[in-house]
Design a protein around this ligand. Sequence first.
Ligand code: GLY
Length: 364
Amino acid sequence: MISVPVATPSRSYEVLIGGGLLTRAGECLGRFLENRRAFVVTVAPVRRLWAKVLKKSLAASGIETELLEMPNGERSKRLATLEKLAEQLVKLGADRGITLIALGGGVVGDVTGFLASIYMRGVDVIQVPTTVLAQVDAAIGGKTGVNLVSGKNLLGTFHQPRAVLVDPAILETLSTREYFAGLYESLKCGVIGDPGLFRLFEDKRREILDRDPVMLEKVIADSVRLKASVVSADEREGGLRQVLNFGHTIGHALEAETRYAELLHGEAVAWGMIAATHIALSTGKLDSVTAGRITNAVLGFGKLPRMKLQTANIVKRLRSDKKTKQGVVHFILPREIGKVEITSDVPEAIVRSAVDEIRKLARN
Ligand code: GLY
């Protein structure tokens, strides 16, 4: 088992990583469940696959499990879901000493984390992520939230988990599309801060895409280390944590423009990374060889979904993004493999040309 520490001002905890770790959840997490009762929040497809394994393992350590189910999908990431779960907790006699366990992907983790941060003014949460995206990104760092009609993640809190349990063997059951989409976030970690991880995506791509267990565990662990080091240095996104948004500036605009229906989050980030690389090249911040390596690594996963875009609409959306401050759009641009720069100084013509570039690629 690999243990990666996260040390933020509000809490220090460990991310425990290992193939088959879910079957040892009781042994790994028992010390955090002082009152021997766990409230597991999940969705139906994950419950069918993994809830029994988790429950059995916790029971072997003398921990009783209550299962709470929320509807699956991004549409359930709403305040109403939180309220329903909270009412169920009260009915089950959950007091302020309880621990919630989030068993699922990013939506389950965000909703459960948010619920934990406000239920009876705050209870503990343990994250047990079941998608690549959640294992390498969403479950680590304490961001929680739900969507409003006006936009994604507009309500939320920072609430660090007591522990994160990552079992890469769980990923075997993901669809190829969802698996690849999550891996783009891992590739992102390589570009922003880990040249060795990036090289794995060049040299061992086949093994990674084929879910070779040894390679997969390495990729997940390296990505978790990168994320852990960033959030340990900047818990509340005062500065450095923004580097995790490489590919997200244009990625978010693409997701919104395609009405969250055509692209998975990771796929939007993949297009966004290509666009940001193009901007870095056009502004003289990146050499063409390195730009080619990043673009090839992204496209090396196979064809990304096509989309129909109007460049003007994307530029308009960039101006109204939640992360845009006083109308100034911030970009995370690669300077070399493993090093990025945060800048707001990108001429609009260059942004347009980057969007044109991905429009062209997305039509082929
Ligand atoms: N997913 C970006 C962050 O955690 O800051």
